[in-house]
Design a protein around this ligand. Structure first.
Ligand SMILES: Cc1ncsc1CCOP(=O)(O)O
Ligand SMILES: C=C1C=NC(C(F)(F)F)=NC1=N
Ligand SMILES: [Mg+2]
Length: 219
């Protein structure tokens, strides 16, 4: 997938694991897809996260839903799982394996990296990252060990320095604040709880999608 295609697909990047919803995750993903998400990440993490067989089975079922509608299916952290099920890509943080190592393992799968400052961004880009996850943009309860809230300053800084790699903002994002990420030069927003815990998952996804579609900054 070219950077341009990736840029389009990253508009509404839904991220979920079994611990992020109090319903069947398959139903939540189905409804999010109906609401217009464009990218999906399976992130099985935290208290009560599934392991081994259970994690593999859920991953395969979620992947099947994404395949049906041609939405890229990304696995967070677990490179071996991503390779085992031939996922479309992986997402890693600074505390995971080095980007160069992961790139060697996954070949030309999509490789997303969480970056929190200019140095991490340059390193990750030179090591072969395809997109950056930057945040937390706003306060979030979902990731208990999140770095300090940073707003859109790093997104702006990277764009001001002419760095055009696809970027999504993440952390506390919903329909009312998603536009700030787009206006700062982000290509899309990543969302967990504003969709996964919404009374109407479909409506939540639809409203955020509408917001990013109207605020798509012309590059
Ligand atoms: C995984 C992650 N990385 C930075 S904040 C965050 C959690 C985002 O969850 P929510 O969209 O519910 O704030
Ligand atoms: C910690 C994370 C930060 N960013 C992203 C993404 F939105 F995909 F870029 N995913 C994560 N799991
Ligand atoms: Mg990680």
């Amino acid at each position: 997938m070219t950077a341009e295609q990736l840029r389009f697909h990253l508009k509404l990047y839904f991220i979920m694991g079994s611990t992020n919803c109090n319903r069947n995750p398959l139903d939540v993903l189905k409804e999010a897809i109906d609401g217009g998400i464009t990218f999906f990440q399976y992130r099985e993490k935290g208290e009560g996260a599934l392991k081994d067989e259970q994690k593999l089975n859920l991953a395969l079922q979620l992947q099947k839903l994404c395949k049906k509608v041609n939405i890229p299916f990304i696995v967070n952290d677990d490179i071996d799982l991503a390779i085992a099920i031939n996922a479309d890509g992986v997402h890693i943080g600074q505390e995971d394996e080095p980007v160069e190592m992961v790139r060697k393992k996954i070949g030309n799968m999509i490789l997303g990296v969480s970056v929190h400052n200019h140095e991490e961004a340059i390193m990750a880009m030179n090591a072969g990252a395809d997109y950056f996850g930057i945040g937390p943009i706003f306060p979030t309860q979902t990731k208990t060990d999140a770095k300090p809230v940073q707003g859109v300053s790093l997104i702006k800084e990277l764009r001001d320095k002419g760095i055009s790699i696809p970027i999504v903002g993440i952390g506390g994002i919903h329909a009312e604040n998603a536009h700030t990420v787009m206006e700062a030069g982000g290509d899309g927003v990543s969302v967990i709880s504003a969709i996964s815990l919404a009374p109407s998952v479909k409506e939540a996804a639809r409203s955020i999608r509408k917001s990013v579609d109207t605020n798509h900054s012309p590059i």
